[in-house]
Design a protein around this ligand. Sequence first.
Ligand code: NAP
Ligand code: MG
Length: 501
Amino acid sequence: MCAVASDYDLSQRTLQFLSSPRQQLIGGKWVDSASGQTFGVVDPATGEEVVQVARGNAADIDAAVAAARKAFESGPWHSMTPSERGKLIWKLGDLIESHARELAELETLDNGKPFAIAQAADVALAADQFRYYAGWATKLLGDSIPISVVYAPGTEWQAYSRREPIGVVGQIIPWNFPLLMAAWKLAPALTCGCTVVLKPAEQTPLSALYLGQLICEAGFPDGVVNIVNGFGEETGAPLASHPGVDKVAFTGSTEVGKLIVQAAAGNLKKVTLELGGKSPNVVFSDADLASAVPGAASAIFFNHGQCCAAGSRLFIEHSIFDDVVNGVAGAAKQIKVGSGFQADTQMGPLVSQEQFDRVTAFMEAGLAAGAEALAGGGRVGTRGYFVEPTVFVNTNHEMKIVREEIFGPVVTAMPFKDIDEIAAVANNTNYGLASGIWTKDISKAHKLAKRLRAGTVWINCYNIFDAALPFGGYKESGWGREMGHEALNNYLETKAVCIQL
Ligand code: NAP
Ligand code: MG
């Protein structure tokens, strides 16, 4: 039994899941890694190991891609009707819901996030993601196309287009929303009839492996979803470069996103990328501060700031700067930091030692460059990867903490003068993932929304996600969109069929 069993009041199903090393899912079977090696998964609240999981390498990726290819080209998945596919996908949503407790427990153990949030947000959104896409399986329409063929007068034609699955898909996901990122990737790919090799992040493989069990239970044919755990260089890289993979979908750092593009060049596989951000959150003086202040705090502190869309650059109109920044700092100081399994915890630990080192190094760099921490600025306690929610003022555009993605609960606040200044400043970044605007002036809100170079603009709200709403980045924040009907295009080819009558 794992070391954490006695510390937390885990469900029997979770304890059972953690009672032996976890394997990987290849061709419908749970198997050890080809090398026989495993690696430890760590509880970020204690730094202690929870369980061992199989450590995949290029040989496992080869086997998984072969299984996915076989499932794509022959067998029950290949001949399944759209309605049957939709039913399976819906059923998976139901199974996620009925295993919500176990999935949320694994998310808290693995990632550190508070259990209540894991259940209410991560697990609920993951179930909804599958249900949303289940309905699309029967609606992947082509067009009937009237053509003229100008160089062949007097001829008659019938032409149409078909939307067909792109094939075998490699999906590489991060650790910040382990289950939800798996759902964002898997749901549209399966809806389109693709088969998948999924590589979870090394820090957080558990909920995806549990999901693998539910995928088997739902009745997906063997090889439709394969899950290989392991490290980026050992499993992610061979998946991204594999000649048998038709498309790779990646979420993670911009740095690795660029490596994915290079790796994909070998067979010119299609690529979509969901990368980092340094999102501006803009509070005008006419905002309703009763919602803007807690909204700005939650924009950065939700999920411990480990959100690609985090509102990490807070811009406040001059006249209300002190009120808002003091309000956000006050909110930061109120946040209860602790183990995700304690009922009153609002912020858990960061995900890993590496991330803890990275975020605390950013805090130190900010202080060393002359920024002032109105709240936080350091670690919490001496055990686990806990840091303080941090609000920096006296910042400038040259500072590393203002320019680079921190991916932790650290916000930089700056005053601004008017809409022209803020439009330029907000866009002064290589990223373009998300943004926020707080104002009661609807005309001003729309004007700024138009000028922001970002894939999402939240007005008088922040971090609102829905399966129907497309999400993705401008500039170095990515290629393509996830969610909504747009994500279907990531997994479909268009075939033109032309008939002379
Ligand atoms: P990362 O290295 O980009 O990891 C994301 C995924 O890519 C993981 O599954 C990772 O595997 C895999 N990977 C790593 N190197 C790879 C390679 N050469 N080829 C193929 N796949 C590879 O992100 P990270 O190291 O976990 O976090 C670093 C920073 O990335 C964060 O501080 C944050 O700024 C950013 N980030 C952004 C997002 C987002 O949602 N946009 C999410 C996470 C992190 P392993 O985990 O096994 O190495
Ligand atoms: Mg990494």
